[in-house]
Write a protein that binds this ligand. Structure first.
Ligand code: MN
Length: 196
């Protein structure tokens, strides 16, 4: 069984299409109109070992906010849909990812309760055409719509490209561990409630 989903969402601000395959090979096909954001989603997919296709047509004449936040919403919805009833998943995942002087921890629980706990000190400004404040907005939307409890914590780092790239890689790597099928569960949902 492969766990896949396609999702489309159109508003007055953005039109976004996403395809995910949790049992993929890390193949990314991403075009958001924001080069650095494409680079981040590519890293997220590659290190998450999920196949991820993302098309964003957003109101970049305003700024990148709607495009990045709404991409987080739709990717989150697609991840949640692809997880289905969550039978047999490992549920928890975490990863420390260094990138040169930067070090970021992502720890997540596919809990059904979407929330972000963010302790990443991203200097305000632009990296390429990406407003660095939008990274937090992306992860808020992702966690809320995928139904995951996501902690992201920076342990070191100065260069904003390094910090952000370590964050996206760490989230991908933690997600990869959490969505992996745990054979010992034999298809059970790993919750005392019997549902996630
Ligand atoms: Mn890079």
């Amino acid at each position: 069984m492969t766990r896949t989903a396609t999702m489309h969402r159109a508003t007055a601000e953005t039109d976004i299409a996403v395809e995910v395959n949790l049992d993929g090979t890390g193949r990314a096909d991403v075009a958001t109109g924001i080069g650095f954001f494409d680079h981040m989603l590519d890293a997220f997919a590659r290190h998450g070992r999920i196949d991820l296709a993302v098309r964003v047509a957003g109101d970049l004449q305003v700024d990148g906010h709607h495009s990045v936040e709404d991409a987080g919403i739709v990717i989150g919805q697609a991840l949640g849909a692809a997880l289905g009833d969550k039978a047999g998943i490992t549920r928890f995942g975490s990863a420390f990812v260094p990138m040169d002087e930067a070090l970021v921890l992502a720890a997540l629980d596919i809990s059904g309760r979407g929330q972000l706990h963010w302790a990443v000190e991203v200097p305000f400004g632009m990296v390429g055409d990406f407003d660095t404040q939008l990274a937090r907005e992306f992860f808020i939307a992702l966690a809320a719509n995928a139904g995951i409890t996501l902690h992201m914590r920076q342990l070191a780092g100065d260069n904003v490209h390094h910090i952000l790239e370590a964050a996206f890689k760490a989230c991908g790597r933690a997600l990869r561990a959490a969505v992996a099928i745990d054979g010992a569960l034999a298809g059970e949902v790993p919750s005392t409630k019997g549902t996630l």
